[in-house]
Structures are given as C-alpha cells and as structure tokens.
Design a protein around this ligand. Structure first.
Ligand code: MRU
Length: 355
C-alpha cells in the first residue's frame, strides 16, 4: 500500500491487467491511499463495481469486460463452460443499473463469445481477454479524441464548473469532462476548474480535486450549493459534465445534482456541455424518463468515514443519478465530434453516420 503525496497521472491507473488478475484502483480510499484491489473472477469484479471501488460509466464498462474474461479463464477447463460463463454475465449485469456503458461492454463481450463458439474454450478465453484489453485501450484513445473536440469550445482563461468525477478515474484514462479540460490545457489554454463536492459520495471533493491537483490544473473545491452563487457573480464561463446514459431524445442521466446545475446554467446564460463517448448513447430508450435510476443505501446520507451526523431513525432517500432534459444541453461532446443543441434527429444521424 502506498501513501500519496503528489503523483503525476502516469504513476497510477484506474484499472490495469496484471496477469492473472485485474487490478482496480480502490477509489473508496482516495485521496489518502493508493491501493489496488486484485480481482480473479466475475463476482469479485461485480462486487468492486457495486461497492464503488471502481465507478464512472466507462470505467465500470471496462471492468465488466475484464470480469467476463476472468470468468472464462477460471472456467476454461470445466465441461459446462458456456452455462457457467452465462452466470458471470448475469452477476456483472446486476452490479449497477444506470450507466449503459456497463451493458454496452457486456454486449461487446457477448458478440466476441458468439463469434468464437466453435473454438475450444481456451481459445475463446484468449479472444475474450484480448477483447477486454482492446476495449480498455480504445477507451483511452477515444477520450483523447473527445477531449480534443471539446477543447475547441473553451477559450483561454475559461473558468469551468464540473460535477462529480468524469476524469481519468472514471475512464481508462484522460477522462471525458476532465478530458476536455486536459486537452484544452495541453493545447496551451489557461483553464481553471470549480469542482462541486458532489454529495453524498464526494466524487468531486475526493476524486476530481485530487486528479486535477495531480495534473497541476488549477482547481477550487466548492459545496454543491455554491454553484448558483458563483454563476450569479459571473465567475463561471462553462459547465462540463459526463454522462451515464443518454436516451434517444438526448436527455442525459448523470450524477445526482447535475440537473440542478443545468437549470442554473440556463438561468445565467452559461453553456452546459455534456462530454461522453458514443457508447453512452442508448437509442433503445426513448426519453430520460425510462432510464433506470440507481437508488443507493440511505446510510450514505447519514454520515461519512464512521462519523454519523443524522439522527437515528430518520427517513432516507438517496437517488444516485438524475436526468437533465436535452433542451438544457448546449452541446454533446463525443469522440466523433460535437453535436450542438442535441435532439433525437441529430443524435440518430450522428450515431448511424459511418466513421
Ligand atoms: O456513481 P458514480 O461515481 O459512478 O457516478 C459517475 C458519474 O455520474 C459520472 O459523471 C459519469 O459516470 C461519467 S464518467 C466519465
């Protein structure tokens, strides 16, 4: 276990393959401790996702893909390989409901499995492991593309508000919302960031603040409820957030509190950008109303780190995500380019367009 002082981005990885295990940076321990969890099968990966050791839509998709590969490795000599592997898919699909990237990645793994079924299990396993590694590498590549597209929207000197963590920690690296910021900084622009602390899990306070600090990008932590005040003072030039699922009509599910920020941005005439890979778009879902919203344990609201501040017996409600209607989204930033004022027609045309 390493204790952190100041670490460049290159000195840690959100998720990495170290045969025979998948190593996951335990985000519950950040920013105090850099500690990896070693997973050897689908159940261990599903538990790491469910309990937020790894979180962020693209990152949990990558983890789930490796979960399938690990399960295949574990089962490759079993006579009922296919049936048992199916249980692995089921465990992983039940780990968290909202981020569609998880289901997208499982579908990629299923397609890989289906196209190799005539081969012996050890060859299928090798193909599944390679697929998971390809998905991880491609997520990193596409975040750089997405970041470069989004960077064109930011002027030098921009003060950007972000909510939750859509950074390297939420992806294979570079990030989506924070990827845009990183790309702008890499292009020589002076950018500073306000990070909403993001109650109750504190992804902003613990993760976004930490990873931007590691990259020497100026970041100021604020309580979630300070965003409107800063906007009213003219201190925010743009908002950029990530997404967990985008419906066909371009409604955006993201961390609870995102909708509030979007409403505030519209009230103050500030552009509200959503940065997400195409794998976050779910054309099978017509509108945000149909997106399954994870309800987490209410105990997350009653205290933190062993300290309880809410009275015993209090009623608790803890939705982990909300939905921002498409009309509040100024632009959707993807690896293929930017869609201004996204709507169903533009989204479908964009997703169907060949590369
Ligand atoms: O509950 P979390 O931490 O998994 O929620 C993460 C978010 O809401 C992110 O903004 C989203 O997944 C995009 S990550 C690139």
């Amino acid at each position: 276990m390493n204790t952190l002082a100041s670490l460049p981005l290159s000195s840690w990885e959100t998720i990495r393959w170290r045969a025979p295990a998948l190593e996951i940076l335990d985000q519950r321990e950040l920013p105090h401790t850099l500690q990896y969890i070693r997973c050897l099968n689908a159940i261990e990966v599903a538990e790491a996702i469910r309990h937020m050791a790894i979180r962020g839509a693209p990152a949990i998709g990558c983890a789930a893909a490796f979960g399938v590969a690990l399960e295949a490795i574990r089962l490759q000599e079993q006579p009922n390989f296919f049936n048992l592997l199916e249980l692995g898919f089921t465990h992983l699909a039940k780990s968290r409901p909202t981020a569609v990237n998880l289901f997208w990645a499982l579908k990629q793994m299923r397609d890989c499995l289906d196209s190799h079924t005539l081969l012996p299990p050890f060859e299928i396993t090798a193909a599944l492991l390679k697929k998971a590694q390809d998905l991880l590498a491609s997520d990193l590549r596409l975040n750089h593309c997405l970041g470069d597209h989004g960077a064109t929207l930011l002027k030098t000197g921009a003060r950007v508000l972000t909510h939750c963590n859509a950074g390297a920690l939420a992806t294979a690296g570079h990030g989506t919302a924070l990827g845009v910021i990183r790309s702008a900084v890499n292009a020589g622009k002076k950018i500073s960031v306000y990070a909403d602390e993001t109650r109750p899990w504190l992804q902003g306070a613990r993760l976004t603040s930490w990873e931007l600090q590691q990259s020497a990008i100026p970041v100021t932590l604020i309580v979630d409820s300070a965003a409107g005040y800063l906007m009213s003072l003219g201190q925010i030039d743009a908002v950029i957030v990530g997404a967990d699922r985008i419906s066909a009509n371009a409604d955006v599910a993201n961390k609870i509190g995102t909708y509030t920020v979007a409403v505030l941005a519209r009230r103050h005439g500030i552009p509200f950008y959503v940065a997400a890979p195409l794998s976050t778009i779910d054309l099978t879902i017509a509108s945000g109303r149909e997106i399954p919203i994870e309800q987490r344990n209410g105990e997350e609201l009653t205290g933190y780190g062993g300290i309880r501040w809410a009275p015993e017996g209090i009623n608790l409600l803890n939705p982990a995500f909300d939905v921002t209607p498409a009309e509040l989204v100024s632009a959707l930033i993807t690896e293929r380019g930017v869609i201004h004022s996204p709507n169903e027609k533009k989204l479908r045309a964009f997703v169907m367009k060949p590369d």
